[in-house]
Design a protein around this ligand. Structure first.
Ligand code: SF4
Ligand code: SF4
Length: 426
């Protein structure tokens, strides 16, 4: 009997523990219905094909309208259709602008790249290599929504325009860094028009989108010119293009009407207005080339200094810092994230290890980003020293958004447009 006492005690304890659940029944919520767990269905292959087909057709039509029909009206119609389809119907996603991040994350080893994303990312760039920025003309919903609100575009001083055009380089670099480290998709998070396309989203983003549209009535396409990272890549690709928007199909008569008509300052004027004596031009170019490595080194150094700040783009790094601060008593209190982390019972050491690895990645990435910015500024200075021998007004291959406004104004081109449209109609 004595031997069996421990066994009986153990059975009683376990029974009491099992019955304990009954002593504390689950709380009853009145009128509460447990939500059904749902998982979004994967996109079907057919839907992907339809999307790619629509993108290809829209790009082909944009190229046709800009280069063959030379019709601003047709471009506007295409922009309206694209805005409805790629903007509101698809909710602004998946788009080539955001696909930059998927590609960056895949290159950083953090994700597999679906074929759909590769095609969506590359298609407008390949088209740009042949016919310029057809995507910006009337396919991209972000560009279309801005283009349709331009009412009375003002000319932005060239020094300001030139300086602001450096912003997309920084934005692209930051977005690539954040995506490659698996930290954030900045382009999507801060897409100012996504809230308008989805009719939902953070209030601040919706207000930013509406503000940009309000500004866009007098300063044409501010996001395209001074922020869009994909627009920057398209401008690189379109430099290789054999075709630029041909304002005057025959001899330009230098009437300057296209320069006044272009809302985004993308017209190159004869000689760029900067006739420089040959010896002075060479001296400035040599000085800039000497300065270039200094700018790259200074940029890399600045990027390295910024690395700890940029690393905070990552939630793991932020959480590790918060836990450190809580442990040392420097934090005012706990946060939802730190409480949730403690509830997982995961060792803090593991998290700190992950955060340290991420900081290393940011150190390298920020240094490279700084060097890239130094190279960009140096490259811009070198381009300012270049002598030009232009004798007519031309659309700048890189900056031209192919909106077609100048085609309507050119007295030489207008006749050609009528001929092309007449030919198309017959
Ligand atoms: S610049 Fe960017 S936002 Fe603007 S039309 Fe081109 S891809 Fe779209
Ligand atoms: S087609 Fe190009 S050059 Fe002509 S108005 Fe539009 S952006 Fe300017």
């Amino acid at each position: 009997m004595k031997r069996s006492l421990p066994t009986i005690a153990l059975v009683l304890v376990l029974t009491a523990a099992a019955l304990g659940a009954e002593r504390f029944p689950p709380p009853e919520f009145t009128n509460h219905v447990l939500p059904t767990t749902t998982t979004p269905a994967p996109r079907s292959v057919v839907a992907d094909m339809v999307y790619i087909g629509a993108l290809a057709v829209a790009l082909a039509l944009a190229a046709l309208f800009v280069h063959v029909l030379r019709s601003r009206v047709a471009i506007v119609v295409l922009a309206i259709v694209s805005l409805g389809y790629f903007g509101w119907f698809y909710g602004g996603c998946l788009c080539p602008v955001g696909a930059v991040q998927n590609v960056a994350q895949a290159l950083g080893g953090g994700a597999v790249l679906p074929v759909l994303v590769v095609v969506v990312f590359l298609l407008p760039l390949i088209v740009a290599i042949f016919v310029g920025r057809a995507f910006c003309a009337g396919v991209c919903p972000l560009g279309a929504i801005q283009d349709l609100v331009v009412i009375h575009p003002l000319r932005v001083p060239s020094w300001l325009d030139g300086s602001l055009r450096l912003l997309p380089y920084a934005y692209l670099g930051l977005a690539v860094l954040a995506a490659a480290t698996g930290s954030a998709y900045l382009i999507c998070e801060y897409d100012p028009f996504l809230g308008l396309f989805r009719l939902a989203g953070p209030l601040t983003i919706v207000i930013a989108g509406l503000s940009l549209l309000a500004i866009g009535t007098i300063i044409a396409r501010p996001y395209c010119r001074w922020l869009c990272p994909y627009g920057l890549m398209l401008s690189w690709a379109s430099r290789f293009s054999q075709r630029r928007v041909k304002i005057a199909p025959t001899q330009c008569v230098n009437c300057r009407l296209c320069e006044d008509a272009c809302p985004v300052g993308a017209i190159q004027t004869p000689n760029s207005g900067r006739p420089v004596p040959r010896h002075q031009g060479r001296g400035a170019l040599a000085a800039t080339l000497v300065l270039l490595p200094v700018l790259v080194a200074a940029g890399a150094w600045g990027g390295k200094l910024l690395a700890p700040t940029l690393a905070r783009l990552d939630a793991t790094v932020r959480l590790a810092e918060q836990l450190d601060a809580e442990a040392s008593g420097a934090a005012a209190g706990t946060t939802e994230a730190s409480d949730a982390f403690r509830a997982t019972a995961r060792p803090v050491k593991d998290l700190q290890k992950d955060a340290a690895a991420l900081r290393e990645k940011f150190l390298l990435g920020s240094t490279l980003l700084g060097a890239f910015m130094g190279l960009t500024v140096g490259g811009k200075l070198v381009s300012l020293c270049r002598r030009t021998t232009r004798t007519t007004y031309e659309a700048d291959k890189a900056l031209c958004l192919a909106c077609g406004r100048c085609l309507k104004y050119c007295p030489v081109g207008r006749g050609a447009a009528e001929t092309a449209l007449g030919g198309a109609a017959t």
